[in-house]
Design a protein around this ligand. Structure first.
Ligand SMILES: [Zn+2]
Length: 338
């Protein structure tokens, strides 16, 4: 009965929101929400980000209906619950989230901490590989999906949770996870290979916010840098672990020194983060006589790409990043020419 009341309330919200659908993306999301709310015997999962949701969908296959809570154009770090979210959270049988402090908007964070149906993939990875976590200024870097070999460690928790809800299809969930495991392992090796085609002297990355530490460690550092724990030299960003962090002039100067020292001539926007800090960086660099450009193609860090793009899946977004970086970084002039 409670579930039916919840369903009716949610359907009312769908109808209300649909009156204001202004873009094809929003319309598509509302259609998906309507389908998700339909009772079809599948496990109803709600995932905070689509990087979480993509794994859940792949493992759950035909027996899971997943909805992503946070739209790709929004910042998952600061996301606060909006009208209609309470009903989605109430309707979901399981809520999967990234964790490790990613979803720190107060209202969502509060829900995830209290709910007994919320599963943190980050916590599962932290348990399986505690030494793999990156700590910056005593804070755990939550962007753990940026290293495929770590994100893959979330699969057992998804299989276990879905099997608890639908034991009859536990074998299917296990088989789907094994297939995805192989795909992700192959993608991890391919991204490594792709980044290795960029010479060491050009393999430096600067983006909007601190989302690429795991990527830089896994795919950009040299063995020597990994051994000496100095791999962080491969990645810099003007904003901190969250895009809403304040930009200090001291940090801008440090990044300018970094651009100059490593002869970095291209910096990268992220799909769902304002380019303001990058523009400030380009302007400040020009005043110092350093010519830096912002790449036309965005990288995907805190969100996947739009449906139909090459980054509309988890593996797709990471391979898109590798291909984009390979293309732009290789185009930078050699050090002797500068
Ligand atoms: Zn982030």
């Amino acid at each position: 009965m409670i579930r039916w009341i919840s369903l009716l309330t949610s359907l009312t919200i769908v109808v209300m929101l649909c009156c204001h659908c202004s873009s094809p993306d929003q319309h598509q999301r509302q259609t998906h929400l309507k389908e998700w709310l339909a009772d079809n015997g599948k496990i109803k999962t709600l995932s905070t980000t689509c990087m979480v949701g993509d794994l859940v969908v792949r493992v759950g296959g035909d027996y899971v209906d997943n909805l992503c809570l946070i739209a790709p154009e929004l910042d998952p770090h600061s996301y606060q619950l909006v009208k209609g979210d309470d009903e989605k959270l109430a309707f979901a049988q399981v809520v999967f989230y990234s964790g490790l402090g990613l979803e720190h908007g107060a209202s969502l964070h509060h829900y995830l901490e209290k709910s007994d149906k919320a599963v943190s993939l980050g916590d599962e990875i932290a348990k399986a590989a505690p030494k793999s976590l990156i700590i910056i200024d005593k804070q755990t870097d939550p962007h753990i999906w940026m290293d495929i070999s770590l994100w893959i460690r979330a699969l057992p928790a998804i299989v276990r949770t879905l099997s608890d809800h639908d034991p009859a299809h536990a074998d299917v969930f296990r088989a789907n996870a094994e297939k995805l495991y192989k795909e992700m392992t192959t993608a991890h090796a391919e991204v490594k290979r792709e980044m290795a085609t960029v010479p060491d002297s050009k393999r430096y990355l600067v983006t909007s916010h601190d989302a690429f530490n795991y990527f830089a460690r896994a795919y950009m550092a040299t063995p020597k840098e990994l051994g000496e724990d100095s791999w962080q030299v491969r990645f810099e960003s003007p904003e901190g672990l969250s895009p809403e962090s304040q930009l200090s002039s001291k940090h801008i100067q440090e990044i300018l020194d970094h651009l100059s020292k490593y002869r970095i001539r291209v910096i990268f926007p992220e799909s769902n983060v304002s380019k303001d800090s990058l523009r400030k960086l380009v302007h400040a660099a020009a005043q110092r006589g350093i010519q830096v450009v912002v790449a036309d193609t965005p990288l995907y860090a805190d969100a996947m790409g739009p449906a139909g793009s090459d980054a509309d899946s988890y593996v797709g977004m990471i391979t898109h990043n590798a291909k984009t970086l390979q293309q732009y970084l290789n185009q930078q002039p050699d050090a002797v020419d500068q």
